[in-house]
Design a protein around this ligand. Structure first.
Ligand code: SF4
Ligand code: FES
Length: 367
């Protein structure tokens, strides 16, 4: 069935892949872009102007570490002048009191700060950056004192699963109004670190139970968004709210993508904002149209009552685990590949984890 998609609601701008941290679960691609290929300030401004004209309401300024861009304040001011709601997604490294003030003055609406663990030594080890934990405390204080609403992002994996509840307490202590706590999603660098990151079934289940318990205890104090681990689920998530249905990502070099991992779908071509308008990328490009609607689905999904709820799950996960981007997401219990998840889980969690492959721009071409 062909359909005209609604206008996108959100745009995630990966302003840069540069980042001082080396988190081993980063969703950026293994082949990271260097500074030289990044869109210039004027190009980003044009993208945001086109986004506002297209109907986008919210922009998420992300990376890499968006504070690595010296023009961040100018970009925020431009977005605010267009009436876009601006959300900064940051590790906090590179933030200081004057920059917080400048971003407020430019019209920034919201800050999302990542944490790696509730234990300082473990957090710094996961981030691959000495002093990261302490710096985040300082940044949270600056941001909340300036009056920004703060969301804390936390990723659960083998090294911190035992402190899942403590990470929620930390988010409260940091003054966050909301916390997004998600089990690692296996894209990008997380695939290269799957054996190091994947908790065993008991540890994952305990972390899920602890977060749910804390969520009840903290009701009215902080909003907890909890994403449960894919590999332990029976039904897939509606990845990105459906392919090309709600949001788009722009990479540091200007490629328009339906999700952060879309470039792993090598059979698709994704247009670049340097050559095409955002409107054409959204409505006309073959990459965005590839998995809209239901015509591309196999019979299992097309005849399923959940097809308009989860849209068949995640295309990138279907390709990675079933070898076919149009397959039913193997997280779904109806997928013929569902049993493979248990095999992967068993294989990845029975050995002592090796050291992390830290995410570094220098890794370009070596992965
Ligand atoms: Fe979703 Fe397809 Fe599974 Fe139905 S069969 S629950 S549409 S992934
Ligand atoms: Fe690409 Fe889910 S990450 S569709």
């Amino acid at each position: 069935m062909t359909m005209t998609p609604p206008a996108p609601v959100g745009l995630l701008a990966e302003l840069t892949h540069r980042c001082p941290l080396g988190c081993p679960y980063c969703s950026n691609p293994l082949a990271l872009e260097g500074r030289e290929g990044e869109l210039a300030t004027g190009e980003w401004k044009r993208v945001f102007s086109e986004a506002a004209a297209l109907g986008v309401l919210q922009v998420h300024l992300s990376g890499g570490e968006p504070l690595s861009r010296r023009d961040l304040t100018e970009i925020v001011r431009h977005c605010a002048s267009l009436g876009l709601y601006t959300n900064l997604i940051t590790s906090g490294i590179g933030m200081n009191a004057s920059l917080v003030k400048a971003l407020a003055e430019a019209g920034l609406d919201h800050v999302q700060l990542s944490i790696q663990d509730a234990d300082a030594a473990s957090a710094d080890k996961i981030a691959g950056y000495a002093g990261a934990f302490a710096k985040k405390q300082e940044v949270a204080a600056l941001v909340t004192a300036e009056g920004f609403p703060l969301t804390v992002n936390a990723v659960i994996h083998r090294a911190n699963a035992a402190r899942a509840g403590a990470m929620l307490d930390l988010a409260v202590a940091l003054g966050a109004r909301r916390v997004e706590i998600a089990h690692v999603q296996y894209y990008g660098w997380a695939v290269a670190n799957r054996g190091q990151l994947m908790p065993d079934r008991a540890a994952a289940a305990a972390a899920v139970a602890e977060v749910e318990q804390k969520k009840r205890e903290l009701a009215g104090i902080i909003v907890v968004d909890h994403v449960i681990p894919d590999y332990h689920a029976r039904l897939p998530k509606a990845c990105m709210g459906g392919w090309g249905r709600r949001t788009l990502n722009i990479t540091p070099t200007g490629k328009g993508l339906p999700c952060h991992a879309a470039e792993t779908l090598k059979h698709l071509t994704f247009w670049n904002v340097r050559d095409a308008s955002l409107s054409d990328i959204w409505y006309q490009s073959p990459g965005f149209n590839a998995y809209r609607g239901t015509a591309w689905m196999n019979e299992t999904c097309r005849s399923c009552e959940r097809r308009d709820i989860d849209h068949g799950g995640c295309r990138c996960q279907a390709l990675a685990l079933a070898g076919d981007a149009a397959a039913t997401d193997p997280v779904c219990h109806k997928s013929p590949d569902h049993a493979r998840l248990a095999d992967i889980l068993a294989a990845e969690t029975q050995t002592e984890p090796a050291p992390y492959h830290y995410r570094r721009v220098a890794a370009r071409g070596s992965a």
